[in-house]
Design a binder for this molecule. Structure first.
Ligand SMILES: *[C@@H]1O[C@H](CO)[C@@H](O)[C@H](O)[C@H]1NC(C)=O
Ligand SMILES: *[C@@H]1O[C@H](CO)[C@@H](O)[C@H](O)[C@H]1NC(C)=O
Ligand SMILES: *[C@@H]1O[C@H](CO)[C@@H](O)[C@H](O)[C@H]1NC(C)=O
Ligand SMILES: *[C@@H]1O[C@H](CO)[C@@H](O)[C@H](O)[C@H]1NC(C)=O
Ligand SMILES: *[C@@H]1O[C@H](CO)[C@@H](O)[C@H](O)[C@H]1NC(C)=O
Ligand SMILES: *[C@@H]1O[C@H](CO)[C@@H](O)[C@H](O)[C@H]1NC(C)=O
Ligand SMILES: *[C@@H]1O[C@H](CO)[C@@H](O)[C@H](O)[C@H]1NC(C)=O
Ligand SMILES: *[C@@H]1O[C@H](CO)[C@@H](O)[C@H](O)[C@H]1NC(C)=O
Ligand SMILES: *[C@@H]1O[C@H](CO)[C@@H](O)[C@H](O)[C@H]1NC(C)=O
Ligand SMILES: *[C@@H]1O[C@H](CO)[C@@H](O)[C@H](O)[C@H]1NC(C)=O
Ligand SMILES: CC(=O)N[C@H]1CO[C@H](CO)[C@@H](O)[C@@H]1O
Length: 803
């Protein structure tokens, strides 16, 4: 746990440590330098589109420790991130240094007449030409023929730019790889390498500088991405093209910009050995991929023949089927393996094992691949992936397995006997789980019938520490003392009470400077334990957006735990939409603005903030409204943070949240993702449009309709009558197109299959593109748990324990 915490802190630090170097050269001499000339301090080359600049720079703001380097110039503005360094082994004193280009095509850095660094090239030519391109490539060519003598893209430092190759050139036995800086201010070769191992099925690794210790691994290429990494964010796909080339001359991975625009991207292996892909969009660099991004990304975390599974901020290990935990180095076969074994166990969604001992059988079917494995006595596993390698078979031990959602299926050879037992066990588990569910349901129905109509079915079960490894927020937030808060809230008087929930009470208050505040007071007996409190603090302390409620401070004294939040004049959305009198205050424009506001806040949480956050408990009562009716998302008690791009989905054993807003996969299997927030968002939008509450299960078993709001709207949509659900207090006055677009968007959001639901980026696009032709992109599929539930549960705040 401590390790993970450290990692998180490190991550934040890295992001904050926006390295701005002190540039010594300022005046440009264009983008080209010809033979028999030199570059000294004060002169620079700037690429024609002003994207990159070459010259002397000093990481220490000190003219005696300067380097020749290339950095982003004015684009993005004020960012001087260095992407390449020539003399990274030895700095120079700028007053005595010059970069000379000889007419025979050698580029040499001299310090007091002594050679410090050179390209080591020379040729018979009339004139050499050095040009800094907009791609960031520094190219040395024969000016007559245009032949390339040398280029900086073949001599990468720690940064991977579009157009650059990462891989191996068999013709000259040299790899294209990245080597980290020693530290954030020292460009000399550091402790980490990122590059390709040219096995029969090549793989990309972060390695120790001497190449002997593997630290992280990407997995083989499947024609579209590396199988060991999550599917990259759409933003990355939109900007760059990923290509993998493998032939007898060379094998490499390359990215290329699809369109030249303000958007930039680079990969970098930093001084701590973390590989990151960053994207410059909307004015700042954001990390989109980061490796390691969880504990299971640490190479072979659980030892051989075992599977690492991420569990929140922690992880767990298990042996593969047929193996048992025998030693600290991992798992070993329970029974000796015989060549006659022809049974396989299937491991789904795996990061395929290290391919050092693997071979490719080419593009063949799954059956053919199995046969290939059976024909080889030493084959212990196989998998079929897309791309150049197709059927992959393994020998020896299986190393570095990780279970994650975007993984591939892996088939592992079993000793003959264990299969049947295993199948029996699975059936036993399935049947007992089903029985359990039936029992639980009948109990609910019984309890419901016994009590009167208004009673609720409350399952209040325990769940342990929700957030592990969160940053201690107490160091970054202002703290208030209890006296101040007591004075502000009239000693927590009844009259100041704004609302109440399972966690405790929210009070209105006014500080001495007349600033209005809301104080969330954790009840001592609350279901929101100190962990959720800490979690909520640490999440909102780090987020700032106009559609998120702002945290002003906190107070912890004795048993008291208080959160000081900005005050919201108009309370929460639920107070408006279900109430006939108040909902008439919301005309369509207001409702639409609220929808857009929530979408913006959620988009920020999901994609644009430095931490990527899944809220997990979105519902109208958690949407607060300020005096101008701007919506603000609140209540981050059970939110989950992810760094970078890693966790697109995550399994939890504890679905916590609110019935009616929880996505089916979360409710039933405890799997939550950004898409489960999208589901909740869809439900909220439908409620805003209709002014009615969704119910997960039909309110009563005896009435004719067994549909909840979602099912009902979907039915109307199929029958092209969906405007019938629009809140009648709108008095038919609304733009039909816009309302239909919102309904359609919501239906896409509440589809059963989370993969079919749009991302918040796509939701924003649907909401804001007015001229977009209104044609259904796809038919929403909602069979939902909803319409099939034969038992009744009211809308309740609800905590369930999985398994
Ligand atoms: C470059 O300089 C060398 C020596 O000063 C000279 O011999 C040569 O002609 C020059 N070449 C060009 C292209 O100016
Ligand atoms: C860098 O050094 C120069 C002179 O030594 C000084 O004027 C300048 O303020 C320094 N810049 C920073 C950012 O420290
Ligand atoms: C830098 O030094 C290391 C060893 O200290 C050496 O292996 C490497 O080739 C040098 N790199 C350059 C560019 O001179
Ligand atoms: C490098 O170029 C400069 C300017 O052209 C010249 O003064 C200097 O002698 C050259 N250095 C060497 C070592 O050739
Ligand atoms: C590259 O290395 C391999 C194996 O070490 C060797 O067989 C081959 O001749 C080398 N090729 C070149 C061009 O150096
Ligand atoms: C390589 O480096 C790692 C750590 O940097 C070290 O543990 C290992 O002993 C080194 N191996 C060799 C062969 O130098
Ligand atoms: C390999 O390189 C040779 C010359 O270097 C070239 O003629 C050949 O076309 C290349 N083959 C491929 C597949 O790129
Ligand atoms: C993407 O890469 C592929 C393969 O190199 C190429 O055929 C395609 O034209 C590229 N697309 C764009 C938009 O650059
Ligand atoms: C094996 O047992 C050790 C000690 O109990 C434990 O730390 C490790 O996680 C286990 N490994 C697996 C793969 O279950
Ligand atoms: C709808 O009509 C009623 C009665 O005419 C009015 O009170 C209410 O404000 C109207 N609602 C909207 C949203 O205009
Ligand atoms: C729609 C609505 O009730 N808006 C109110 C929000 O709060 C401000 C300030 O209290 C009122 O002036 C608005 O009428």
């Amino acid at each position: 746990m401590a390790r993970m915490q450290l990692f998180l802190l490190q991550f934040v630090e890295i992001v904050l440590l926006a390295e701005t170097f002190f540039l010594l050269g300022r005046s440009s001499s264009g983008d080209i330098m010809m033979g028999n000339s030199s570059l000294i301090d004060g002169l620079t080359l700037i690429s024609t589109g002003s994207v990159f600049q070459l010259g002397f720079f000093s990481p220490a703001n000190d003219s005696t420790t300067a380097y020749i380097g290339i950095w982003y110039y004015n684009h993005p503005p004020r960012e001087n991130k260095v992407v390449w360094v020539a003399n990274r082994n030895k700095s120079v004193d700028t007053s005595m240094a010059s970069l000379n280009l000889t007419s025979d095509g050698n580029m040499i850095l001299f310090e007091e007449g002594t050679k410090v660094w050179s390209t080591g090239t020379s040729a018979e030519l009339n004139s050499a030409r050095l040009q800094l391109l907009d791609s960031g490539n520094l190219m040395l060519t024969d000016d007559d023929s245009g032949n390339i003598l040398w280029q900086s893209f073949d001599h990468a430092c720690d940064t991977f730019l579009p157009g650059m190759k990462l891989g191996f050139d068999f013709r000259i036995n040299t790899s294209w790889q990245l080597v980290s800086w020693s530290s954030a201010t020292d460009p000399s070769p550091g402790k980490y390498i990122f590059g390709m191992e040219t096995y029969k099925v090549p793989d990309f690794f972060t390695l120790s500088a001497n190449g002997s210790v593997k630290l992280g691994r990407f997995g083989p290429w499947n024609g579209r991405r590396f199988v060991g990494r999550p599917i990259p964010d759409v933003k990355v796909w939109m900007i760059v093209n990923f290509t993998y080339v493998s032939n007898k001359n060379e094998t490499y991975y390359i990215t290329e910009y699809k369109v030249r625009s303000q958007e930039l991207t680079r990969g970098v292996v930093d001084a701590n050995g973390i590989f990151q892909r960053l994207l410059f969009v909307e004015g700042e660099w954001t990390t989109f991929v980061s490796m390691p991004s969880d504990e299971c990304d640490h190479y072979n975390r659980c030892g051989r023949n075992s599977v690492c599974t991420k569990d929140g901020f922690s992880f767990s290990c298990r042996c593969l089927e047929g193996f048992e935990n025998k030693s600290v180095v991992g798992c070993a076969r329970k029974e000796p393996f015989r060549c006659s074994s022809n049974q396989f166990s299937k491991e789904q969604s795996m990061k395929l094992p290290d391919t050092e001992n693997a071979t490719s059988g080419g593009n063949i079917s799954l059956d053919a691949c199995q046969k290939l494995c059976l024909d080889d006595c030493s084959c212990i596993a196989y998998a079929v992936i897309n791309g150049p390698y197709g059927c992959i078979t393994w020998r020896g031990e299986l190393l570095d397995l990780k279970s994650f959602l975007d993984g591939e299926d892996l088939y592992i050879r079993l000793p003959e006997s264990s299969t049947s037992n295993w199948k029996k066990l699975v059936w036993a588990i399935v049947i007992s789980v089903l029985l359990g569910i039936v029992l639980l349901c009948s109990l609910c129905v019984l309890v419901r019938k016994r009590r009167n109509r208004a009673s609720t079915c409350r399952l209040q079960l325990q769940f342990p520490n929700v957030q592990k490894g969160s940053i201690n927020p107490l160091e970054v937030l202002p703290s208030y003392d209890l006296r101040t808060i007591k004075a502000a809230t009239n000693d927590f008087s009844e009259g100041n009470k704004l609302g109440e929930g399972g966690f405790g009470v929210v009070y209105k208050g006014q500080l001495d400077d007349r600033q209005k505040i809301a104080v969330k007071k954790l009840s001592r007996y609350s279901s929101q334990g100190p962990n959720e409190f800490q979690n909520e603090l640490s999440v909102i302390a780090k987020l700032q957006h106009r559609n998120l409620v702002r945290l002003l401070g906190y107070c912890i004294e004795g048993d008291e735990r208080l959160m000081i939040l900005e005050y919201m004049e108009n309370k929460s959305l639920d107070a408006f939409i279900y109430d006939k009198a108040k909902s008439s205050l919301l005309n369509w424009q207001r409702r639409f603005d609220i929808i857009i506001g929530i979408a913006r806040g959620l988009l920020y949480l999901h994609q644009d903030s430095r931490l990527r956050v899944i809220h997990r408990d979105l519902k109208p009562s958690n949407i607060l409204l300020d005096k101008d009716m701007n919506p603000k998302i609140s209540d981050f008690g059970i939110a989950r943070i992810f760094e970078g791009n890693n966790a697109l989905e995550d399994a939890t054993t504890r679905p916590v949240g609110t019935f009616g807003y929880m996505a089916p996969e979360y409710l039933l299997h405890g799997v939550f993702s950004f898409k489960s927030d999208v589901f909740s968002f869809g439900v909220i939008v439908l409620e805003i449009i209709s002014g009615k509450k969704n119910r997960v299960f039909s309110q009563t078993c005896q009435t004719d309709t067994n549909l909840n709001l979602l099912g009902y709207v979907n039915k109307l949509w199929q029958e092209e009558r969906s405007l019938e659900i629009v809140d009648e207090t709108l008095n038919q006055s609304y733009p039909t197109e816009e309302v239909l677009r919102c309904i359609h968007m919501s239906l896409l959001c509440v589809q059963d299959n989370s993969n079919d639901r749009p991302t918040m980026t796509e939701v924003m696009a649907m909401l804001t593109s007015e001229d977009q032709l209104f044609t259904p992109v796809m038919q929403p599929v909602i069979t939902s748990t909803s319409s099939e539930g034969g038992f009744t549960i009211n809308e309740i705040s609800f905590t369930l324990v999985g398994r």
